[in-house]
Design a protein around this ligand. Structure first.
Ligand SMILES: [Zn+2]
Length: 385
């Protein structure tokens, strides 16, 4: 059964151009893009714009504002809270996500088996870090404790290069696709933001061991410039957040080909964020762009509700990427970071039939969610509640 998406315009993520074209889908593939095509059934896309499915490189699908603090809840609550989140993301045209910790391998299984609907989820399970890092649940009352206490979510705390290799092996054994590392504190907690919590030897051991394990890669939570620079020099694939990058950090990232996933929602999408922090975050994006650091979309939700995920595309556009650049960062470039660009990320023949149809043909990133007319995931139309 060949579906003809007829009469609309198509966004070419590689060039940033919009042109009139029909698209034919067969199974889970795009089989042709051009004019005057035909198919077994037609979908009228007149007046609309087809984009590749969006890819969020940094979200937390097993956390949401409705779930609240996941610690202290039964294990199933966290996993089941992802069911409506995943449906929401798919309805927004987000067809692939990298979970930056919180989801376990059972969620991926449930999606693969079709028990639940959602984007494809790449897993990192837990936030690896050294003693006292944000993944370490130690308290002065309890001492060392793991609030997950769940073999499918292995202990993320390590110290030293040998333990770095061991923690990567634990995560891979439990099904991690990516390794998530915390290299600084968090702005939410307000401590250690400019620290460098790993040694160069520890970071290098994580990256090397991840590569040995099926060519896996490392994403690094880093607000401060020195931690970002360390991550880049060690060969990490991406620096996440990066509120306080500087010239030296972006130079190291550009030299190493390290991606920047700014997650602007964590400063731009919230009230009560000091203006200094919002401006620093924008300056990081400006510096990265000027240095030629590749940028990909990540929301860090649920810092803002999952329903607001597409606002991140607009924040990227306004921070200097422009509409076409922000849409490329949300599709083709995100697919490149995730190693999936041969399979998805643009509307071309043989790529995965993940598409979004917007009302109107203009490349305007404001109010994207309100313009969504239809979504296809693996060639199937997504029913939108
Ligand atoms: Zn995050």
């Amino acid at each position: 059964m060949r579906s003809l998406l007829a009469g609309g315009s198509v966004f070419d993520a590689a060039s940033g151009e919009v042109s009139r074209a029909d698209v034919v889908l067969d199974g889970d593939r795009i089989v042709s893009v051009g004019t005057d095509l035909d198919g077994d059934e037609a979908v009228d896309c007149t007046g609309g714009l087809l984009l590749p499915g969006f890819i969020d490189c940094h979200t937390h699908v097993c956390m949401s504002q409705t779930l609240g603090d996941p610690f202290g809840l039964p294990r199933t609550a966290r996993a089941l809270s992802a069911v409506p989140v995943l449906r929401t993301l798919l309805g927004l045209g987000i067809t692939t996500v990298r979970d930056a910790w919180g989801a376990d391998a059972g969620l991926r299984l449930a999606l693969e088996r079709g028990w639940i609907e959602g984007p494809q989820v790449l897993l990192s399970l837990r936030q690896i870090g050294t003693t006292g890092s944000i993944g370490d649940h130690w308290t002065p009352v309890t001492g060392k404790v793991d609030f997950f206490g769940d073999p499918s979510m292995p202990d993320p705390v390590f110290d030293g290069p040998d333990q770095a290799r061991a923690v990567v092996r634990r995560m891979v054994r439990a099904g991690a696709d990516w390794l998530k590392v915390a290299a600084t504190g968090s702005v939410a907690a307000g401590t250690g933001v400019h620290d460098t919590q790993l040694t160069a030897e520890e970071m290098a051991a994580l990256v090397d061991e991840a590569a040995r394990q099926g060519g896996r890669k490392v994403l690094v939570h880093a607000h401060g410039a020195r931690a970002a620079e360390l991550a880049a020099r060690a060969g990490a694939a991406s620096v996440e957040h990066g509120i306080y990058l500087d010239e030296a950090a972006v130079a190291a990232m550009a030299a190493a080909g390290t991606w920047f996933v700014p997650t602007l929602s964590c400063t731009h999408g919230l009230e009560d964020v000091p203006a200094e922090r919002v401006e620093a975050h924008r300056e990081s994006v400006r510096l990265a762009l000027a240095a030629g650091v590749p940028i990909a979309l990540g929301t860090d939700n649920p810092v803002t509700p999952h329903t607001e995920a597409l606002r991140e595309i607009h924040y990227l556009a306004e921070a200097g990427l422009g509409a076409a650049g922000a849409l490329r960062a949300s599709t083709l470039d995100a697919a490149r970071l995730l190693g999936l660009a041969a399979d998805r990320g643009e509307i071309t023949e043989r790529k995965r039939a993940d598409l979004v149809l917007l009302d109107g043909t203009e490349l305007d990133t404001a109010g994207l969610a309100g313009r969504i007319r239809a979504v296809w995931h693996n060639g199937e139309p997504v029913s939108r509640a």
